[in-house]
Design a protein around this ligand. Sequence first.
Ligand SMILES: Nc1nc2c(ncn2[C@@H]2O[C@H](COP(=O)(O)OP(=O)(O)OP(=O)(O)O)[C@@H](O)[C@H]2O)c(=O)[nH]1
Ligand SMILES: [Mg+2]
Length: 261
Amino acid sequence: MQNDSVANVNDIASLGRIVVIIPTYNECENIKIICSGVREFAPSVDILIADDNSPDGTGLVADELARQDSQIRVLHRTQKNGLGAAYLAGFAWAKENGYDVVVEMDADGSHRPIDLPKLLIALVDADVSLGSRWVKGGEVVNWPLTRKILSRGGNLYTRLWLGMTMKDATGGFRAYRLSALEKMGLDDVQSQGYCFQVDLSWRATKSGLRIVEVPIVFIERTLGESKMSQDIVKEALLRVTRWGFDKRMSDFAALLKRKND
Ligand SMILES: Nc1nc2c(ncn2[C@@H]2O[C@H](COP(=O)(O)OP(=O)(O)OP(=O)(O)O)[C@@H](O)[C@H]2O)c(=O)[nH]1
Ligand SMILES: [Mg+2]
């Protein structure tokens, strides 16, 4: 990836202003590493750290990083409100500050900065590019079998029940054009945990956007604690099930209307 041709670098430049949003909650051991990786592999790209007042002082580490590097900014939020709310605040910040593209990226090292240019190059001919663990060339490192089954099973259910084509609708390493986010209508998003990613995949699909999947290598975190919980899985299962019913109801209503016209 380091050998990307000049053409590719120019392609990325054609996307306009890009910001990588990194939500953090207790990531003081990880945040510096991830920021330096992003700066190394995508030097023209800015970073916004969206911290929910982490008790471990991640916000202070982020402030120090921002002091040393004008391309790093920090959005301090008052309390832990979930990944989804942190991203929505980050998207609003990106819009206010004139960005054209936002990238979602975890702080915990699961998303490799070396894959970032690939994600951005794919966006040149798309509205949304999804880092995908479950397409050819994608991979997960250090996950127990149970976690793989959960992810693959969740994706299979989502794909069949909602009729979506993407193989990895739950992944959290992705890039959106701001124009795409605007078409997706995010005002009523309520999903909090990793369901937020499925929610946005679903909205992108319903909005008829051009979505591409890019193979990534996903590495389980080695530092800090996961925020994954049973509640997060339950939220995703319930919401996806409801969206599938809503879709069937509106398909049925459209069919009736056509018959009556
Ligand atoms: N601002 C903010 N960030 C959060 C919150 N919950 C999680 N995050 C961040 O979101 C990213 C993903 O969280 P993880 O704990 O790694 O969750 P996960 O990736 O679904 O789970 P694992 O695969 O087990 O790591 C990390 O950068 C977290 O610090 C939150 O409530 N607020
Ligand atoms: Mg993680």
